[in-house]
Each structure stands twice: as structure tokens, then as C-alpha cells.
Write a protein that binds this ligand. Structure first.
Ligand code: FES
Length: 360
């Protein structure tokens, strides 16, 4: 069809009764490809609507969303747009944007029993207006200064009833010893002190739906993963992660965090953008039964996929054996073990040595 004909023409979409019958099985949303225009046709409260199929936020296909009270809810991050006018309607995009803008809409008319659309009269897209929001998105750049070491304990803990954690003990004590060195700066974080949400699996909808900064962090300013992101990507040169062994794996909190770190790794997949460069990761792993090497293998692989490198001998491990689960003695054993405490310090030292080589 020539452009001039398209300008003046109403294009037949179909017979209303047949369209409605089809749309009943898809929640009254239907994806149309008309002369190269990608459109989401909707029907609510006796009225058809036709919008450009591309969401105003990250471009998700709105036809894959849900029609809710006259609004199309985007399948990726839940922004909502009036199904006829395309105007952003609810607050789900805050604080990501102060307004979600307007998705282009198309005029429709019914003549007889048929529905027509005027493709040439697509309204203009009004882009969302973003708040300044998080500054996580800034380009990672190492600021001058001493080697920065983040100690991260992933032990799950009830804040009101704290208990002794062997892996955290080794980490904290090594950090405190090494902090006497003027050539380093240390910071300790316990995941159990942070309130952060589970990964909601946006990546599973589309790799483009998993964004940097993380969509959840952008949508929920109370989400504390921002501290992990900020330290991993922008602050730390060295990350030392401590974990207990839980049924042969790292702690559940570790995995909760790891799933959220997909937003860092996914930048490589999407944009060939490496957010973590010239950084070192090493591990302290303690538990009641032996599976240290399996836990370390998983952690080493995962942190390697994020962009970290490991020093020689990249972990300190300790466990009680399969047939000697006298855990009541384990805390005292670790507390009093000069060997384990020294090993933890040496681990950090090896990580710092490697970091110095990479930075200088
Ligand atoms: S809400 Fe539509 S792409 Fe994010």
C-alpha cells in the first residue's frame, strides 16, 4: 500500500463479532501487524482501543500484558496505560518516572459490523519523565585511594536473636586485623541486616526486561540490594564473601542475593558491557558437614561470570565431618582456632596482593 493511500484510508481490522470471539481467549487483548504497524487491540466496557504495541518504559509488547479495569498492564514491570488513550494511569512506575507518558493510540471506527483503524493518525508518543533516582547507573570508575575491601557475610540470622556465626567470625576478625594496614580500607556488610526483595524473574520474560540498574531497585527505593550493587560495581576492589554450608550449598541468603546479581551479568549479554572489571573475590566457607569444594566451585564460577577474578588458593574452608556432628563444640573450635583466623587474614592478603597488581 502506498503512503498516500494509507494516509486517507480506514483499514479494515475485521468483523467485530469475530474479533470479540477471538479476544475472549486472550483476555481481550490482541496483537495486530497492520502494514508494518505493531498494534495492541483491546476491548473493555463496550469499547475497542488500539495502541502502539511498544511499552513506554523498556519497549515490552503490551499485547502480552493484562487488561485491568480499562488499562493495559505491561507484562514486564507492570506500568499501566489507558487502553484507548495510551496515557499512563497508575503509580506503579514511581519512583522510576514521575510520569509514565503516553503510548501512541490510533483512531478506530465501527461501520456496520466491521472495525476499522486509521493507521496514518497514530498519535505522538510522550516519553516518560524520569526522576533522577539512583546513581547506580553511572559509569564504573575506580576512584584513587587505598585498596577497598568489602567483607560480606551471607549468614541468615534473626536480628532479634543474633547467634555466633563461624564464617562471619573469621571474616570479621580478618577484616579487623587487616584494617590496621594503611594501604587498605575495609567495610563489612551482613546480608541479614539488609531488607531486599527476591528476584522476580524479569529475565525469564525477556533478557531485555532484566535491566541495569535492577528494575526492582529502581521501582522500590527501600530495596537494600542497592548497597550490594553499589559496593560490588562502584566501591570495592576486593570482595570477601563468607557463607555457612547449608545442605551442601551456600546459604539461602547468598542465593537470594545471587539471583538479583543477574542484572549485572546480563549487561554483558545485552550490551557487551562489563560492569565488574579488575576486581577480586575470595571466599570463607564453614559448615557442619563437608561440601566445601562444591560450595566453593559454585561461588567461584558465579563470581567469575560476574567479572571477578580469584587469587591463588581462593578460599578458607572449615567443616565438621560426616560422622562427627558435635556442633556444640564447633563454635568454640572456630573461636579458638588461631590457624583458621590466620588463614582468613592470609586469604585477604592474597586477594589484596592480586588487586594491587591489577590496579597498578
Ligand atoms: S513496564 Fe513496560 S517495559 Fe517496563
Amino acid at each position: 500500500m502506498s503512503e498516500s493511500i494509507e494516509k486517507s484510508e480506514w483499514i479494515l481490522i475485521g468483523q467485530t463479532a469475530i474479533l470479540l470471539q477471538e479476544m475472549q481467549t486472550s483476555g481481550f487483548l490482541k496483537e495486530l501487524d497492520l502494514n508494518g504497524h505493531q498494534i495492541v487491540l483491546s476491548y473493555y466496557d463496550g469499547q475497542f482501543g488500539a495502541l502502539n504495541n511498544k511499552c513506554n518504559h523498556m519497549g515490552a509488547p503490551l499485547a502480552k500484558g493484562i487488561l485491568k479495569k480499562g488499562c493495559i498492564e505491561c507484562p514486564w514491570h507492570y506500568w499501566q496505560f489507558d487502553h484507548k488513550t495510551g496515557e499512563a494511569k497508575n503509580k506503579s512506575f514511581e519512583p522510576l518516572a514521575s510520569h509514565g507518558g503516553t503510548v501512541p493510540h490510533f483512531p478506530l471506527k465501527i461501520e456496520g459490523d466491521s472495525l476499522f483503524i486509521q493507521l496514518s493518525q497514530e498519535s505522538l508518543r510522550q516519553r516518560p519523565t524520569y526522576n533522577a533516582g539512583s546513581d547506580l547507573s553511572r559509569e564504573p570508575q575506580r576512584e584513587p585511594g587505598p585498596i577497598r575491601i568489602l567483607g560480606l557475610s551471607t549468614t541468615a540470622m534473626d536480628k532479634n536473636h543474633p547467634r555466633f556465626s563461624t564464617s562471619e567470625e573469621l571474616l570479621k576478625s580478618a577484616l579487623s586485623k587487616i584494617s590496621n594496614d594503611d594501604a587498605v580500607e575495609t567495610k563489612f556488610l551482613a546480608l541479614s541486616d539488609l531488607n531486599f526483595r527476591h528476584c522476580e524473574g524479569f529475565y525469564s520474560k525477556s533478557e531485555k526486561a532484566c535491566t541495569w540498574p535492577c528494575s526492582i531497585t529502581k521501582m522500590d527505593p527501600a530495596d537494600d540490594m542497592k548497597h550490594i550493587y553499589d559496593n560490588f560495581v562502584h566501591w570495592a576492589d576486593v570482595v570477601i564473601v563468607s557463607t555457612p554450608i547449608r545442605w551442601g550449598s551456600a546459604s539461602s541468603l547468598y542465593y537470594k542475593m545471587a539471583e538479583r546479581l543477574n542484572s549485572i551479568q546480563n549487561q554483558i549479554t545485552l550490551k557487551n558491557r562489563v560492569l565488574i572489571k579488575n576486581k577480586v573475590a575470595a571466599f570463607i566457607i564453614t559448615g557442619g558437614q563437608d561440601n566445601i569444594q562444591a560450595v566453593a566451585g559454585q561461588m567461584l564460577t558465579f563470581f567469575g561470570e560476574l567479572g571477578f577474578v580469584a587469587p591463588p588458593f581462593p578460599l578458607v574452608g572449615h567443616s565438621l565431618g560426616w560422622s562427627a556432628e558435635d556442633m556444640q563444640h564447633n563454635m568454640d573450635y572456630v573461636k579458638n582456632s588461631e590457624y583458621l583466623h590466620e588463614q582468613a587474614v592470609e586469604l585477604i592478603q592474597r586477594a589484596v596482593d592480586l588487586s594491587k597488581k591489577m590496579i597498578n
